[in-house]
Design a protein around this ligand. Sequence first.
Ligand code: UD1
Ligand code: UDP
Length: 368
Amino acid sequence: MLKILCVCGARPNFMKIAPLVDAISRTPGSKPYLVHTGQHYDDKMSHLFFEELRIPRPDVNLEVGSGSQAVQTAEIMKRFEPVCIDQKPDWVVVVGDVNSTIACALVAVKLGVKVAHVEAGLRSFDRAMPEEINRVLTDAISDLLFVSEPSGVENLRREGVAPERVHFVGNVMIDALLKCRDRAAKSTILNTLELRSKGYAAVTLHRPSNVDGKETFGPILAALETIAQNMPVVFPMHPRTRHSLGEMGLSRRLAECTNLKLIEPLGYLDFMKLMADASVVLTDSGGVQEETTILGVPCLTLRANTERPITITLGTNRLTGTTTDGILRGYHEATSGASRELRAPELWDGRAAERIVSVIEAFVATKS
Ligand code: UD1
Ligand code: UDP
């Protein structure tokens, strides 16, 4: 029996791990063991996703909680090592680019356990992002690299990675989206928030570079205030953002902006419905850029770069930067321009997790 230990820890991991755990469970001769690091722990950042995405209860929760980059990463490593020693998995599968990803990959590889990285090869080329460091390091030490878009294959080739480690398999996040789409369509979130389909903007922001300082958050907020004069703006707020707004003394300004609805983070199904019916989505999230591409909803990414360039070349995404003018220019283009002809990126077809399990099985078969 092939024992595949799957790691999740933060919100964007849950929709990626769900199809993987499912595909492993359905494959005769392999079984999953699920570790939640506890990097995210609020009900609305964690537990809710297990219910909605029908992920089995984790076999273990390391309950690491929040901390600085170094403290959180170190704490995950300290707590993951004994689990890995005790469970003796054949493989450890890590997803995405969060601290839980690099921490568990590093522990596993040093214990001699094979590591697979799902969503490998993405590069923003911006080393000021903690995620970029996590991506580069995780790719460097993983045995198998599962890539979601062609730019990832090209980046790894340029970095000199042996081609046999790299597998272009598609996007597990889209596996989850396609599977949950019908259930999400039934969400009543628009009624609850008194919104009209295609008559509002949805916002998510949580990158430290955007929300941790007044010098970037101030101009972003000014753009949201202007958009709110045009249409309702709904902002399910990430806990980091809520926390920093309080520290910066901006909470009152946001709360007083009429037509700007600040709400708690939403569950997966409600958020997917909120995105699908929005006139435009403004975000700095990685995953949201991909999901809007498949949903066909215009997306403005409030960043100077993206590690997911296919969402711009084939999808609905535009980079606006973080100045008020740049965001408003993007908003006018997205809401007034002719809609673009969309093509789903190659292999974003709901079967990425199955392909990943097949590659792991084939790798094991050739080595035994
Ligand atoms: C993390 C990831 C980021 C990802 C984001 C998704 C890293 C380096 N960052 O950023 O790549 O895009 O998750 O959401 O791994 N907090 C709570 N409750 C929670 C979780 C967090 O209140 O359940 C608050 C705490 O004040 C914490 C802060 O949010 O200090 C930041 O959490 P953390 O996990 O350190 O980073 P994120 O900004 O969430
Ligand atoms: N998401 C959600 N509720 C929200 C905001 C986001 O369910 O209120 C989902 C979103 O649809 C996507 C994932 O969370 O599936 C993205 O996670 P996040 O933006 O936290 O992280 P990133 O993708 O930037 O790493």
